[in-house]
Design a protein around this ligand. Sequence first.
Ligand code: HDL
Ligand code: ZN
Length: 439
Amino acid sequence: MSATSVKSPNRKLTSRKNGSFSDRRLKPAEIAREVQDVLESTQVIDIHTHLFSPPFGKIGLWGIDELLTYHYLEAEFFRSSDTTPEEYWKLSKAQRADAIWKALFVENSPVSESTRGVVAVLQAFGLPTDAAGLSEARRFFQAQSIESHIRKVLKMAGVSDVVMTNDPLDPQERPVWTGAGQNDPQFHAVLRLDRVLCAWPDHWQQLAREGYAVDEDASGKSVAEVRRFLADWHKRMRPLYMAVSLTDAFQFPEESITGKLLSEAVLPTCRELDLPMSLMIGVRRQVNPRLRLAGDAVGKADMRAVENLCRSFPDNRFLVSVLSRENQHELAVYARKFNNLMPFGCWWFLNNPSIVEEITRERIELLGTSFIPQHSDARVLEQVIYKWHNTRRTLAPILANSYQLLNADGGEITRQKIQRDVNRLFRANGEKWTGMRGN
Ligand code: HDL
Ligand code: ZN
């Protein structure tokens, strides 16, 4: 994959034949190539990431040391090294990256999805992919200026818009939001509410300190004051949606502070502000705390909670991603029952070609193109290069096969229709759901 493997997004969309946008019926043998070309030339809106725009400074991660110390790779490292987590955490960032490079890339073949991704990024920048050490890669990344590097990386990845994850109670983020804010046109905010919805006992006092009349039991004026908190942060962040990550044990309705604040504060405010609510369900937090961020695992969730939310709140729009492979078919079936439910992405432990293929095929078979196929979940800037290259590579044969079947059953396939469908999958479903660009 060369650094320009994703065609410039401004490349004039023309057919190969007559230079105009072709609505000529394609021959079966032409379909695969047209699908690949449309995927490569259509920029995507990355609907969920942990990336940050330049005003956030150092909490925006990029470069080879951050790529190698990604928590996905740290989990794999402990399987291929005698280094204990306690010894590892004592190392510097560079020492950790050196240790991971040695164990996963030099002493073993980087054939996992996350290790191969780092190889793909090095290749995309024309850097050696089999060096004994990291000095050349470090020199390259250290020579980049972050502003131009961001634009180059997003162009290489074919990403037009990055949707961030923003925590109003994170002390590292707050100075940006209470200061000049962020107005980078390629980055969009999301109001992430894990601390409010899932850890109220640990965080209600921070709201109280900021002047919101809330209490430990979320009683009295707490609901109204949480709504005021959300409205205040909506003004600061202008988020595309509100979001929360929920464990595999999540139930709704539920006699709990989570259930109360979700139904009485967050969802009514989403309706008032015309924002979707993103629910990411199925994490089993810290099954191995020694691994820190890499210590989370997955559990099968009770999807009745999604059913009850979609039915009880028909005027709310829900973006839902579930972490267990076993929940995917249920999610797709529920999306057939509730048109206020938008399934999105192949999240975290699912973002591997073997599972992405299964999930995407069943979504197309059940939902047509009315879903958002992927998000990168990128934590380190350059990850979008491999994550979106891999998504396009996995999607291409799936989409081509769908059109081959349609053609064989009498449908007419044109490049124009392929472009319309890919635009819906990569862009319009997200734009419509979040109101981006007034759609
Ligand atoms: O809660 C989330 O948004 C998850 O994506 C977690 O951040 C997780 O650690 C992750 O990075 N998954 O890819
Ligand atoms: Zn995430």
